[in-house]
Design a protein. Structure first.
Length: 119
């Protein structure tokens, strides 16, 4: 019993580290941001600019992940990655801008495409 508990805690180590050092520090800044933006006009020029910069940065990261990737993702054909992004976007728009539906669709297309076309 004690060995099984030790093995379970050992397996949880990376997950706990991810939560402690990855999730929690980011969550603190999200909460600070939420407190700071109270009362700001959503249509003000600075907010529109910040949203545009954030969208451009996200598009750049996605382009890098799709077109010049490494690791296990590099084993997935480029056409599958591009098609997954395109179909994910179409699903996002069709589902009234639902991020969940867009991401889920992209993931399903990547998985199916990898199964069908990866060597």
């Amino acid at each position: 019993m004690n060995a099984m508990l030790h093995a379970t805690l050992h397996d949880l180590g990376p997950v706990l580290a991810l939560i402690l050092f990855g999730f929690l520090p980011n969550e603190v800044w999200r909460l600070v941001g939420l407190m700071l933006v109270r009362g700001l006009d959503e249509k003000s020029q600075i907010i529109v600019w910040v949203r545009a910069v954030a969208t451009a940065m996200l598009a750049g990261v996605m382009a890098q992940l799709i077109l010049s990737t490494s690791g296990p993702l590099a084993g997935i054909p480029v056409g599958v990655r591009v098609g997954a992004a395109a179909l994910g976007f179409v699903a996002f728009m069709a589902a009234r801008r639902s991020v969940f539906v867009g991401v889920l669709t992209g993931e399903v297309v990547v998985l199916l495409g990898t199964y069908l076309f990866a060597a």
